[in-house]
Design a protein around this ligand. Sequence first.
Ligand SMILES: NC(=O)c1ccc[n+]([C@@H]2O[C@H](COP(=O)([O-])OP(=O)(O)OC[C@H]3O[C@@H](n4cnc5c(N)ncnc54)[C@H](O)[C@@H]3O)[C@@H](O)[C@H]2O)c1
Length: 347
Amino acid sequence: MRALVSGGAGFIGSHLVDALLAAGHEVVVLDDFSSGRPENVARHVADPRFRLVRGDVRDRGLLRDALRGCDVAFHLAAVVGVRHYVEDPLRVMSVGADGTAAILAAAWEAGARVVFASTSEVYGRNPEQPLVEGAARLLGDTSVDRWCYATAKALGEHLCFGYRRRGLPVVVLRYFNAYGPRAKESAYGGVVPRFIRQALAGGPITVFGDGLQTRSFTYVEDTVRGTLAAALEERAAGEVFNIGHPEETPIARLAERVRDLTGSPARIARLPYESFYGESYEDVRRRVPSVEKAGHVLGFKPRVALDEGLALTIDWCRSRNPAASGRRNLGEREGGRRDHDPFEPAQ
Ligand SMILES: NC(=O)c1ccc[n+]([C@@H]2O[C@H](COP(=O)([O-])OP(=O)(O)OC[C@H]3O[C@@H](n4cnc5c(N)ncnc54)[C@H](O)[C@@H]3O)[C@@H](O)[C@H]2O)c1
């Protein structure tokens, strides 16, 4: 098949591009490189089955051209990272809502199936775990910026189902915390790359809140497997699926696993959420997917256990920065105390 991947130079998108090309498909990547990196797709530039379009997913003319001849559009372009939600909610919502509307309109014209990357954030604070696809959304007040991402994604889902009514084959996937090589290591990245970076730098590993809040961490290869299946399985059209690992991990335990697997002497420090995300932050205590439906319809079953995925991710981080061994405190080696992470704001 010929596939468009919006956000294809990003973390998950670039792994999806690798998998599509490895399976013999043709790929068009559309990305504005706002957080995606050229090096994530650089190895494919000489491949005649690969085309890179630099631009904004909200640009309808560009999209129409990029999608011409495509059988499927994987829509992953979005402004991702909790810190963006409180720093630039307008951009989060504009790319989330207008970008998804633009993809759907172009896919409708091209007759392409759409696989939409939504998120577990859509469930908000729903306490009923594990989360099944039909579970209610329980979001906080609109004056709390943190909910803008979940709201934009939910609007995207509604738009998908609106087009489904018209006959467009759409599949909505709710990803649960993906991690792995190429995950963003900046302050806008997820908790896994941040903990690894902090551990390799000698610490401290900063846990926000009491650390008992849980997430389910999904190795990116598993996320991509579920995404590909959604494009290929006929019965997936018109449906929504959780794509995640059902193992529930408290954040404090994740910090300990990262510390132990890196061999780092880093101490684990607890900080209040407000010190990083500002006053308008609200925590979600637990988030665990039911993957029964994805297993049944897509044949999806996560294969990579947390320790295995963390070890692979740590190896990748080390290969990018061999100086950061994590086995000694860099600050001590340099003769000074260094427990302030350069990516983090001053405490
Ligand atoms: N990483 C996760 O754990 C996770 C969890 C739930 C949902 N998701 C969803 O999966 C998708 C991919 O996430 P990711 O973690 O790879 O993030 P990412 O930031 O690495 O990828 C997003 C990509 O979209 C591109 N982009 C942003 N705005 C754009 C625009 N206006 N036009 C064109 N391209 C634009 C970025 O440059 C980047 O390459 C997103 O839709 C995200 O909401 C991710």
